[in-house]
Design a protein around this ligand. Structure first.
Ligand code: SAM
Length: 285
């Protein structure tokens, strides 16, 4: 039984790093005319209303998207990401809608690009279908994203990338993520993989396991960026930050992330002990 609902967390610091990396990756793939495929293994419902009960129970977006929405640096440097937000909210004085990863992809991909969205939760899958089902570029699967990632790769065309963004509700999600990426990489060695995972200030943290597992895959052009707005020593905060690992990153993505991350950290940091950083995997091949 799945109980995680992304609506409680939409627009928080974890979404910011993940979605800015996503939008920047799309921009880089669009630099060539050739069409590409975007695979979203854990899509959620795709669009979130920040005025609804879920958002206002946690208020996570207030220390996330709300803090950077007006910042002139981000409206320029993360232009594509903000163009999606602005498009969704045109006509509203305040930000009402926050785009999930499917919405960002739908708004930025071109006519000949393709999207594959997977979601296991019944209600979320229904909403996903309702929100994106009419777009012929979007292929929606109500299925397990770990199994789907392996089954649907290599995609046609082979050019493209996958976002793997589980809720990590169950401990096996960590192992399943690593196994699915490992298998998919064997079938789709030109694919780029963006994997998100939380940094937790307790014994449930598996970030070292994730980091080591991806490093051992020994994939060229790979790095991990960690955005930590809180300090791990802050006892009230369970998730003090989160990480995005990119394997087979497109050229110039690392530079873009290196540029944006310190600025994100500066605006979002809640403690002087908070520390965000990038680790670049050494490739032995
Ligand atoms: N990627 C989305 C975004 O950025 O807007 C957010 C996804 S949310 C963190 C994780 C989603 O995965 C939830 O909607 C949850 O229902 C779904 N989920 C959990 N286990 C899954 C599985 N094994 N396969 C596919 N979806 C799953």
């Amino acid at each position: 039984m799945l109980s995680y609902k992304h609506a409680f967390h939409a627009g928080n610091h974890a979404d910011l790093i993940k979605h800015m990396v996503l939008a920047a990756t799309i921009d880089l793939y669009k630099q060539k005319d050739k069409p590409f495929v975007y695979i979203d293994t854990h899509a959620g419902s795709g669009i979130y209303n920040l005025t609804e009960r879920e958002s206002n129970t946690t208020n996570e977006y207030k220390s996330g998207i709300k803090k950077i929405a007006e910042d002139p640096y981000f409206s320029k440097e993360a232009f594509s990401y903000f163009s999606t937000i602005n498009k969704l909210n045109s006509g509203n004085n305040n930000m009402v809608w926050y785009p999930g990863s499917p919405c960002i992809a739908q708004s930025l991909l071109r006519e000949n690009d393709q999207m594959i969205f997977m979601e296991l939760h019944n209600n979320e899958a229904d909403k996903l279908q309702k929100n994106f089902g009419k777009d012929p570029r979007c292929h929606i699967h109500h299925r397990n994203g770990f199994e789907g990632l392996v089954a649907l790769t290599p995609p046609t065309p082979r050019r493209g990338f996958a976002l793997i963004d589980p809720s990590y509700e169950i401990r096996d999600d960590y192992k399943n993520t690593v196994t699915a990426v490992e298998k998919a990489l064997k079938r789709w060695n030109v694919g780029c993989f963006i994997i998100w995972y939380p940094l937790l200030a307790n014994e449930k943290d598996h970030s070292l396991y994730m980091h080591e597992s991806f490093r051992r895959m020994n994939v060229k052009n790979s790095f991990t960026a960690k955005l930590c707005p809180f300090s791990p020593a802050d006892e009230e905060i369970r998730m003090f930050g989160s990480a995005v690992t990119v394997l087979n990153a497109p050229y110039h993505l690392l530079e873009k992330v290196q540029e944006i991350l310190p600025k994100l950290h500066e605006i979002l940091k809640q403690s002087d002990k908070a520390r965000s950083f990038i680790e670049i995997y050494e490739n032995e091949q």
